[in-house]
Every structure is written in C-alpha cells, then in structure tokens.
Design a protein around this ligand. Sequence first.
Ligand SMILES: Nc1nc2c(ncn2[C@@H]2O[C@H](COP(=O)(O)OP(=O)(O)OP(=O)(O)O)[C@@H](O)[C@H]2O)c(=O)[nH]1
Ligand SMILES: [Mg+2]
Length: 459
Amino acid sequence: MLRQDTITAIATPCGVGGIGIIRISGPRALEIARRVFKSSSKTCPWESHFLYHGDIVSADGQTTLDEVLVSFMRKPKSFTGEDVVEINCHGSPVIMQQILALLINLGCRPAEPGEFSQRAFFNNKIDLSQAEALAAMVAAPTPQAFALNLAQLKGNLSAEIDKARGLLIEALALQEASIDFAEDVSGEEAPAPVPQINEATSILRKLLSTYEEAKIITQGLNVVITGKPNVGKSSLLNALTGRKKAIVTDIPGTTRDLIVDEIVVHGTVLSLTDTAGIRRPEDAIEEEGIALVWEKLAHADLALVVLDGSIPLSSEDEEIMTKNKNTNTLIVINKSDLPLAWDIKKINHFDISEKRIVKISAKFGTGLMELKKAIIDAGGASTKPDTGLAMISNLRHKQALERAQKNVMAASEAILRDNSPEIAAFELREAIDNLDEITGRKTSDEVLDKIFSNFCIGK
Ligand SMILES: Nc1nc2c(ncn2[C@@H]2O[C@H](COP(=O)(O)OP(=O)(O)OP(=O)(O)O)[C@@H](O)[C@H]2O)c(=O)[nH]1
Ligand SMILES: [Mg+2]
C-alpha cells in the first residue's frame, strides 16, 4: 500500500566519503528543499533534472551547514515516480546526519529500508523482479553478477515473463471461448490453444534451464575441502586464498572448526571451507568437528578430497572417497614436491575421470592454477557467461516459474485428454497468477514487505 508522505534517507553508504547523497521523495520534497537550500545564483528556477549550486542552511537561515549541489526530479520522471530531490553534500557522516535531522524537523519521515524502491514499484516505474534486481545489483560480489542483475533491471526477464503471460492469456481466451461453444449445442468447436501453450511452455522451460548457471554467477560455488588428518587441507586453503587463515602444523587433528574464506576465480566466487581431518575421533571436540564436515559436505557444490601423495593410501582415504561417491568431487593429490608413494591405479576402482584428479603442492604453490580451473569446470561455472540473456537467479522466481510450468502442463494434458474445458482454463489462470507473482502484478502484501525490508536504507 502506497503512503503519501514525504520520506528522506542518506542514500550513500555510512562512513566518510568524497560526497554523500541525501534523497527526499514525496509530495513535499520540493517545498522542503526550498526551505533549506540557498542558491549561489540570484534565482533558482528548480527546473527538473538540473543541478543547482548553493548552501544548505538551518531552518532560521542563520547557519550554513554545508556547500552542496542539489537536483530536483519532477514526478513522474524520477526513480520513485514522485517528486524527488537529491542533495549532494560533503561525505561527512556528521553533516549528513545534521541535514537529515533538519529535513525530518521540516516534516520528512525517515525512509524505511527499500522504501524508495517500493514507491518506484507501486508507481509502476519498475516491476517486482526489477526491484529485486536492484537490491541484488548493489550486493553483487562480481562484475558478472552485477551484469546479470543489471540486465534484469533493464527488463529482459520481465520481457520474457510478459511474452509467456501474453501467450497464456491468448490461450485462456480461446479456452473460455471453447467453454461457450460447448454450451452452444449447434455450434462448431473453437480451436484448442495448443500452439500458444506450447510456445509458453518453451519460454518457461528455457528460463528455468538458466537457473543453475545464474545461481553460480550470483552466489558462486560452495567448495568443501576434506580428507584425513595431515594431508594438507589447511595448507591448501591458505595457498588458494593467499592468506594465513587456517593453522597448519604437522600434528594430525589440528583443525577442528570449519574455516571459511572466499576467492574469486574467473569471475566466480568460491566459498572455500577447510574442515577437520576425518578419522576415528580421539575426543568429543574432534567428534563434533567431524560431524560438521559431513553436514557441510551434504550441501557442497563441490568437494575437494585431498590425499597425501607422499605416504601410502590408507583405509581412511578409501572410506572418505567411498562416502563421497555421490558428491561432486575432485581428487587433489597433495605434496607433489615429495616422491609419489602410491600409483594412481590404486584409485581406479572409483572410476574418476582424469580431469578430476589434480596434483598439487600446497606447500610450494604448484598446480594451483590447474586446480582452480578444474574447480570451475567441475562446479559447472562458465568462464564467459552470457549475462545479457534473460536468466533466473532468484529462488522465488524459480519456484513461481516451476508452479506455472506445472499448471501449463496440466492444462495441456487436460486438452489432450479432452477433459472438460474448465479444467484447462483453471490451470491457465493459475499459471498466469504464478507469473504475476514474479513481476508483482499479484503478490501478497506480506511477500512484498518481506522483499523490500531486506533492501538497504536509502535504496
Ligand atoms: N612437503 C609438503 N608438506 C606439506 C604440503 N602441504 C602440507 N604439508 C605439511 O603437512 C602437514 C599438515 O598440513 P595441514 O595443512 O595442517 O594439514 P591438514 O590436512 O589441515 O591437517 P588437519 O587439520 O590435522 O586435518 C604440515 O606439516 C604441512 O607443512 C605439501 O604440499 N608438501
Ligand atoms: Mg587442518
């Protein structure tokens, strides 16, 4: 529900910066701005989309708070679709808070998180998927993730959803006509909306097929380093990140907790977790640590099973490989600076392709480039993703699309089986509703509040 008051917030991040921007949006934006801004020119015509230089002064006009540039965006040509004023002041948190307090004293209300975007949505400047893209853009960890969300903000996903929606509306109209024909005993039959349904299905299928790749682009890969004690897991984490994050000693059982660090490889964020070495635990702490490893492995996109190449393979190594048979794994043979104590044939029965075995020396940093490349390949990440395509990266969108796809398939089946036409019409209506959840045409207030409350203040 859209509120009609005038809101304000600091739009730039907290902390010291070159400049800071304070936003005002709502019907009183210009009136309030006029009261605090003293132009350096004789006149200030407040033309829309122009910048004016001057001072922000206290309400009584006696004290100058800062020298600023101010712009006014007249509705509806603004981000929120309302009158918007932006004050570019100096990036001092002290002065930004003072200006904010002044604006609040004059009648602005402090904006809630995401409230500017929420107003843009309610004023039809952007749809819900675009608003979500906006929030994801500012939090994007890589240029690729940013580009994907920028394309979504520009409407490429909305366009595909609208295309499918249009086809389903056409299909529904035909289906409803066939219900009318069925009632008219003398009439001929209306054509079944099969081509429209097929085309819509293929759009939905194509969008859904992008999810895995888009998820990797926006969220990266969750990589878990496992193996028995002392094989060099912590050394590997440190070598890959270039940081001394995990303690390395020659005492087996050094690592107990999960140690997480992130790196970006070929545009993909790798969240690397170093774990406790797996063996029969010697105490309760180690037992707990090992239990955590299995939990972590159950949700891993990729497991790096580290083996020590310098000592014979043991039953512990075998057991770890067996237990990870259904996990996406890479075998990392470490300590390649030392003579290899066992033949690769020893792990042949695990049926691991050559591409999934990488030899490294974590201690001397050899083989790390090859390992990084193997991680990207095994994790299914693309080194050159086409982020201009309409992609689904948001779980909410994916779930709504899956529901829509089920509805469309049910409609198609009902038509094929010549069931009563009302069934197909019902499913088509449901499919349209599900698509409307993505763009926000039909989204509950509860869901909307949840989405916008996760935005940052000033967005
Ligand atoms: N020669 C050689 N030694 C290594 C290499 N990587 C690790 N080490 C040594 O192996 C020992 C164990 O290394 P860690 O990285 O602590 O092994 P870990 O697998 O984390 O061990 P836990 O935490 O006990 O499970 C240390 O003495 C390391 O210096 C390597 O590539 N070559
Ligand atoms: Mg360790």
